[in-house]
Write a protein that binds this ligand. Structure first.
Ligand SMILES: Nc1ncnc2c1ncn2[C@@H]1O[C@H](COP(=O)(O)OP(=O)(O)OP(=O)(O)O)[C@@H](O)[C@H]1O
Length: 260
């Protein structure tokens, strides 16, 4: 479903992400792991054409269901984002407008992608918030972002990203800022999305525990390149490269569901 072919991304004209390739099947979960600055975010932002101004995709191609994403117009991309491909960030809640109530933003977002009455859109939003195990969804709809905790805001952002059961979910450190219980809930929610809708997920994470728990495959990155990739078991039990071993050694206790 997604085929990233040898892409190179430059910042200020200097190539950084080099020759990055990734082939992904429907319903697959792949984690990108690596130290800060290794290029994980750059890789997933290029898929959606959301590189910062200084960044540029200089070569390679990204095929989504056989179509070249870099050839999409901005309008076509906007239609794709948030419906067929969604992205969640470490602080998705920060994308909410602070001076508007959550409900009106959520309803507007739904109506942008689907022809629904105000009432039907509202019901859909409330149902998604409930699915994120947010209690009192009606109250949340009437709140401003600052009236919610960071973890609640994050779950609102994730609910929005999941509203249209995307075919591909790009998750950039989605649980990093959350407490362990909320982390586990969100991880389960993502797994359910895959189970119920066959969503493919690319997860960027520092947390090898989360990567170990969720992914079918793990891709290890360093300095803008892939240094190792393989199925979860191989990477965790027989890492081939010293850098992967170092990352693994830095995780105190990564086995067992208790970690996530
Ligand atoms: N806006 C930018 N302008 C210039 N260089 C950038 C910019 N964004 C990223 N870079 C370069 O790309 C490198 C990788 O950044 P990226 O965010 O992709 O890494 P990462 O592995 O996701 O790191 P982190 O885990 O800290 O988010 C940075 O160290 C920097 O050199």
């Amino acid at each position: 479903m997604l085929d990233i072919q040898n892409i190179t991304v430059a910042y200020h004209g200097q190539p950084f992400l080099q020759d990055f390739s990734l082939h992904m099947k429907r319903g697959e979960i792949i984690s990108l792991v690596g130290e800060s600055g290794s290029g994980k975010t750059t890789a997933i932002r290029s898929i959606l054409g959301l590189l910062p101004q200084e960044g540029e995709l200089v070569s390679g191609d990204i095929l989504f269901e056989g179509k070249s994403l870099p050839e999409y117009s901005e309008k076509e991309m906007q239609k794709l984002r948030g419906s067929r491909i969604s992205m969640i960030f470490q602080d998705s809640g920060a994308m909410l407008n602070p001076i508007r109530k959550i409900g009106s933003q959520y309803i507007e977002y739904i109506q942008k992608h689907e022809k629904l009455s105000h009432k039907a859109a509202e019901e859909k939003a409330v149902a998604m918030l409930e699915a994120m195990r947010l209690s009192e969804p009606e109250r949340i709809m009437k709140s401003y972002g600052f009236q919610l905790s960071g973890g609640m805001r994050q779950r609102v952002g994730i609910a929005m990203a999941m509203t249209f059961e995307p075919e591909l979910l790009l998750a950039d450190e989605p649980t990093a800022a959350l407490d362990v219980t909320t982390q586990a809930q969100i991880v389960r929610q993502m797994m359910e999305l895959r189970k119920n809708h066959g969503t493919s997920i690319i997860l960027v994470t520092h947390n090898l525990g989360v990567a170990a728990y969720m992914s079918d495959r793990i891709v290890v990155m360093q300095n803008g390149s892939i240094v190792e990739e393989g199925d979860r078991k191989t990477i965790l039990e027989q890492p081939g490269c010293a850098y992967t071993r170092k990352l693994l050694a830095a995780v105190p206790n990564m086995y067992g569901e208790g970690y996530v």
